[in-house]
Design a protein around this ligand. Structure first.
Ligand SMILES: [Zn+2]
Ligand SMILES: [Zn+2]
Ligand SMILES: [Zn+2]
Length: 738
């Protein structure tokens, strides 16, 4: 007889881990107990040697789907006289709260079957179990217990109570357990909702982390109407399809994409549209681009609805502009009065969380929005942080991150902080996490940009502050994901971020309008060694919305005003002669014309020269349009030179193949620098969301045997900045002892 003790850490509470241990112990005829503690799960098992060996093997190989084991500590104990195996009460003295909060998970196969079968879950819209259903979105605080969730107001019926209490049941301690007779109820029938959608109405439907605005994706008129109401001229809408087969009638789906679509996280996956698709979607769903974001039903409610729907549906987050997702029907009605019908239910959403957004590049996942299903996300460190640290991220696509002991925890996507709503959501999210983990930061890490709302907030907190340069934070986000230390060759290409420049050997921080906005930087270790030749952004922020301004600025570099007026280029004809004169003044006198080395802005200019677009209605539109106009048969590129670390591309603005040649040039530049520096490479920043560019680069890296890292599980765009800030601090602390 042998007795062993185990202590297990990771995502092990509220995910069916104790019943799993209980079942296993019974199968193997082991005695002892399993219990939750504040920091994990402890187990004592006693039995035959072979049985204990199997127990240990199964402990890591057969775990329930939502469990994630970070560490197992095993101890040998002295056998005692034990008769049974029990699940025993948690330690109540527990005061530290580091047991992790699980993300919200799509309905599992077993629950879907329960919804189909006769019984108390038949057609029940909120069916869930320990392997699926809401988590983060319904939790007030930890420990994760029904009375600390928005399910607290629903009293379990005797049948649910029985399931909840039975360790051999799939719903043992499933906190949101409920059924047709005891759980939340819908405000309207599913049949009526489906009829409204089928009849071309705009409908709001409550999901896990917020409301979706929904309409028939095949109906031109209603999709166009929705665009007008939302004041969203061209930013693509995501589509929810009945099942993977229906997605395949709209888009091509490879193995990895299928895996992601049908995964328990159920993100929106950006796919290539099929020309002449079997299902005719309205052209207004994703206008002017050949890609489309699709996702599958992830609650019983969605599945029940799709039994009655004729077509795939537009399912876009209910919000205005870049504001956070709306989680209650009162706000919905006041903010989005054009909604013609609301399907609500009475389980409150405590923490709003958007849909996650991913794409597949070269067979690997790329995360564009880390939210429902994936976040809160944990990255385990090989050491413990001495301080409790909060990183507040960028201004756009904001998320926050913090470190407790040896865990970095990344919040779900918060959004662009410019609206007061979004900023409120930012503050609320920080409060939520402080409350979850009894966390009070001793230090706050922030971006160097003084006008970022996150930076301003950090400065009012009265804590010790550390500022991290934006593009270095991008590189460190990748280092955090892959657990990298030491020096790498980091390519940090994005829209624009706050730079710094050395003037007379001293660092001078650049401000909008007088310094340089970075966005095309190459770091060797922490030192910026290469950067693109700067362009003046005419009108500052305005230039970001109008690619024609960036293009015109590049013409000013090369030609006289007189010559430019005669050029047959769309960026010229898109302005009046008077406007061009005024812009030329601001160019030559440096009035509201900050310098920028941004590769993102170069994509804008190229899209303008190619006459693909002169105005963009959402961030990254020019890049997306360039991507689809790339011609693989064009192998030529522009000449470029690198002098004193400044990369200068010799554009031919009149070249019909400017898009393809520009992308090829970027590839050549990255490869040349990688070969020169002979270091392992990191690629990060929003520009690398460009599938064409990244695929070409990966192909070259593999041919040239260059080791490279591209984020998969964390956001490669500004959504990853908070993580990078935190990891930069943690890494720097060890070197320079901040
Ligand atoms: Zn389930
Ligand atoms: Zn019930
Ligand atoms: Zn950035």
């Amino acid at each position: 007889m042998i007795k062993e003790g185990y202590f297990i850490q990771g995502v092990v509470q509220g995910v069916g881990f104790r019943p799993f241990v209980y079942k296993m112990a019974h199968e193997l005829n082991l005695k002892g107990f399993v219990k939750n503690s504040a920091t994990g799960v402890s187990i004592e098992v006693q039995g035959q040697k072979e049985a204990l060996e199997l127990f240990q093997l199964y402990l890591s190989s057969r775990i329930p789907p939502l469990t994630r084991i970070d560490s197992i500590t095993k101890t040998q104990l002295t056998p005692t006289n034990l008769q049974s195996f029990e699940i025993i009460q948690s330690d109540t003295a527990a005061s530290s709260k580091s047991a992790l909060v699980s993300p919200d998970i799509a309905i599992c196969k077993e629950c879907l079957q329960d919804v189909k079968n006769a019984g108390k879950y038949h057609n029940y819209f909120a069916t869930n179990c320990t392997n699926c259903g809401p988590r983060y979105s319904i939790i007030q605080t930890v420990p994760y217990d029904r009375k600390q969730t928005s399910m607290s107001k629903f009293e379990m019926c005797s049948s649910c109570q029985e399931e909840y209490a039975n360790p051999l049941n799939r719903r043992y301690h499933a906190q949101p357990i409920s059924c047709n007779s005891c759980g939340p109820t819908l405000s309207q029938s599913i049949g009526k909702t489906a009829a409204f959608i089928n009849n071309g109405k705009i409908v709001a439907i409550k999901g896990i982390g917020g409301f979706h605005i929904v309409c028939d994706a095949s109906n031109h008129e209603v999709v166009l109407k929705l665009r007008e109401f939302k004041n969203r001229p061209s930013k693509p809408f995501a589509i929810m399809c009945r099942d993977a087969e229906q997605v395949q009638e709209i888009a091509t789906v490879n193995v990895k994409e299928l895996e992601l679509l049908t995964s328990k996280e159920a993100p929106i996956v950006i796919l290539d549209k099929i020309q002449n698709a079997g299902i005719k979607l309205s052209a207004y769903v994703a206008p002017n681009i050949n890609r489309i974001g699709c996702f599958l039903p992830y609650t019983a409610l969605h599945h029940l609805l799709f039994k009655l729907l004729k077509n795939p549906i537009v399912a876009t987050s209910a919000n205005l502009g870049n504001e956070p997702i709306i989680t209650d029907s009162e706000t919905l009605m006041s903010k989005l009065p054009f909604v013609e019908f609301i399907l609500d239910f009475d389980r409150d959403i405590i923490n709003g969380v958007d849909d996650s957004l991913v794409q597949v590049i070269a067979g690997k996942k790329q995360t564009l929005r880390l939210a429902r299903g994936y976040a809160p996300k944990v990255i385990k460190l090989p050491y413990k942080s001495e301080k409790k640290i909060l990183a507040v991220g960028a201004n756009a696509k904001n998320s926050v991150a913090f470190v407790i002991d040896d865990q970095i925890i990344i919040s779900p996507h918060i959004g662009d902080l410019d609206s007061s709503k979004a900023f409120g959501f930012f503050e609320r999210t920080i409060e939520t996490f402080k409350n979850f983990y009894d966390f009070e930061p001793e230090l706050i890490v922030h971006d160097k940009h003084p006008s970022y709302m996150s930076t301003k907030w950090a400065k009012t907190q009265g804590k010790k502050l550390v500022a991290v340069q934006h593009h270095l934070a991008h590189i460190y986000a990748a280092k955090a994901e892959f657990g990298l230390h030491g020096d790498y060759l980091g390519f940090s290409f994005d829209g624009t971020g706050y730079g710094e420049e050395k003037v007379n050997g001293e660092a001078r921080e650049a401000a909008l309008g007088q310094g340089t906005l970075w966005g095309g930087e190459v770091f060797v270790g922490d030192t910026r060694k290469y950067s693109f030749k700067t362009i003046k952004l005419l009108g500052g922020e305005k230039a970001i919305k109008e690619p024609r301004r960036v293009a015109l600025s590049m013409l000013f570099e090369k030609y006289t005003l007189e010559m430019i007026m005669k050029l047959p280029l769309a960026c010229v004809t898109a302005f009046s002669a008077e406007e061009i004169k005024i812009l030329h003044q601001s160019y030559s006198k440096n009035l509201n014309a900050p310098l920028s080395s941004s590769v993102g802005r170069m994509f804008d200019a190229v899209a303008s020269f190619a006459n693909l677009l002169q105005f963009q209605s959402y961030e990254g539109e020019a890049g997306l349009i360039c991507e689809q106009n790339y011609k693989p048969q064009i192998t030529e590129a522009f000449e470029y030179k690198i002098v004193d670390g400044i990369i200068d591309i010799a554009f031919d603005f009149f070249d019909k193949e400017i898009v393809s040649k520009f992308i090829n040039t970027l590839v050549n530049i990255v490869i040349e620098i990688a070969k020169t520096e002979k270091m392992e490479v990191i690629l990060s920043g929003g520009v690398f969301q460009n599938k064409t560019l990244l695929e070409l680069l990966i192909k070259e890296f593999e041919e040239e045997k260059v080791t490279y890292y591209v984020q998969e599980e964390t956001a490669i765009n500004d959504g990853g900045i908070a993580l990078g800030q935190l990891y930069y601090y943690l890494s720097a602390r060890n070197i320079i002892g901040i």
